[in-house]
Design a protein around this ligand. Sequence first.
Ligand code: NAP
Length: 330
Amino acid sequence: MDGCLEASLSPLSIPEYVLGCSGRRMPLLGFGTAASPPVGSQLTKTAILQAIELGYRHFDTASLYGTEQPLGEAILEAIAVGLIKSRDELFITSKLWCSDAHGELVLPALQRSLKNLRLEYLDLYLIHWPVSSKPGIYEFPIKREDFLAMDFKAVWKAMEDCQRLGLTKSIGVSNFSCKKLGDILAFATIPPAVNQVELNPLWQQKKLREFCKANGILLTAYAPLGAQGTIWGSNRVLECELLKEIAKQKGKTVAQICLRWAYEQGIGILVKSFNKDRMKSNLEIFNWSLSQEDVKKINDIPQSRLCSGQDYISKYGPFNTTQELWDGEI
Ligand code: NAP
């Protein structure tokens, strides 16, 4: 896989990918911090500390999740107790929320995230969704009448300025279709390094994968296990009969089959578990492989989105339908 580096030394090391433009090394398996329903800061911090102890080095947060603060506290504690020597050993991603997705609000939003995280820089800052909302309102779900079309040029230029200022090492997007990525690429002076989207064996994003590969953008999977138990996901991935069959044959869990499959497809992965045993088993995917036959069977699974993005649809626009939000990629 282009840009992929096998990380050195410890058996728990996670392979890394060198991101375009910045040259930053991103661990290909990262730890998600969005719990649904949300859990308290203390539980989040404890889970993150356990994750660092187990070997996770890449953490995904967003201003929306309310997990920037506990992540920041966990990093300080991890340094204090000697789990890591410095923050530089970690790869930290956060995201710009819709109400801050206005040219002049991007830098202040990033500065707030950095303050919450008690960090001097992010490794990756993403536009969370390709839509803006009325400034100053931080409610979720966003009121239908509060959605606004994003001024992609102004917002992306402000993202580029953040990278030039050194406040984030790389920039990217999330929940962008091929069409919307193409719109950004048409004027970007720094192209997006990453597009973070739903991706799992039931929604494989084949078109977007090809587009991203051709344009040097690393596609990164959220909901790699189908986000079971959350308001945006379902148990369809973990309950898939074919995946259960492959897992049984290989003596692995269905979750490990999903994560290994995604890794073999050359994409980044973010997986969330606040349970120590599951956190650990989710990491155990790098010293075995799927057979070509298994991969073919998985690639042939009928496709449908689990996370439809319904919360971002409004009769007042800019996206009246999920067709418009995903530009027909549904
Ligand atoms: P996910 O990682 O596919 O699934 C998480 C759910 O699966 C949790 O309920 C977790 O419960 C459970 N789980 C984890 N490992 C398991 C295992 N081995 N066996 C059985 N169940 C397991 O979904 P996700 O949390 O939606 O995605 C991961 C991360 O991506 C998020 O945390 C967030 O950081 C990011 N994300 C981004 C966006 C975006 O719009 N950019 C959207 C959604 C998510 P336990 O904790 O109890 O183990």
